[in-house]
Design a protein around this ligand. Structure first.
Ligand SMILES: [Zn+2]
Length: 189
């Protein structure tokens, strides 16, 4: 017979912590440890790659920003990247002074965990950004749609990318695989 006082200890006894849990990657069982989701360093790396790839694929669904026909007409006879420069500058947040362009690899070879690469990258330009203030032709590995990421004067990202933009003239000087897998830049000191 249970009295009110004895109910609590009884309940406590049934609240057992799980002693073994399944690895999210390989399903192997491992001893429960708060916050631990995978069994090994290898599975941790695999989970990391999967999550990064999912983030990039999410970003790949951002809308494509393009000029209306009326706006596009204003750039007829102007330099080839005038429209691109206008769109990138016009949509920049107030604190942005530079930008990077990112995309997935072009072509049929599927990667296990597809990632975006960002341009410019450090060896090509330091800091690895294109200036909004003094516009120069951008270099990307191929013509196509690129996510636009804006940075402030400390090279800190100004919010997450919001749109893609079509680069018609890539001025290619490097390969896609040269690009940076990390969108963020080590801030300037
Ligand atoms: Zn595992």
């Amino acid at each position: 017979m249970l009295t009110g006082a004895s109910v609590l200890p009884l309940l406590r006894r049934t609240e057992v912590m799980p002693s073994a849990v399944s690895c999210r990657i390989c399903s192997r069982k491992f001893p429960f440890q708060s916050g631990k989701r995978v069994c090994s360093k290898e599975c941790r790396n695999e989970l990391h790659e999967r999550l990064k790839s999912m983030d990039d694929q999410q970003m790949n669904m951002l809308p494509l920003l393009s000029a209306s026909p009326e706006l596009a007409r204003r750039f007829v006879g102007k330099p080839e990247d005038a429209e691109l420069a206008y769109l990138i500058k016009t949509d920049a947040p107030p604190t942005a002074v530079s930008f990077r362009l990112g995309c997935f690899r072009d072509g049929p070879r599927p990667a296990k965990h597809p990632r975006m690469r960002w341009f410019p990258y450090l060896i090509f330009r330091n800091p690895p950004v294109y200036s909004l203030v003094e516009w120069q032709p951008v270099h990307v590995p191929f013509a196509g749609n690129y996510a636009v990421a804006y940075f402030d004067d400390k090279c800190a990202l100004v919010g997450p990318p919001k749109f893609f933009i079509e680069v018609r003239k890539p001025n290619a000087m490097f390969n896609w695989s040269d690009g940076d897998t990390s969108l963020l830049i080590r801030p300037l000191r």
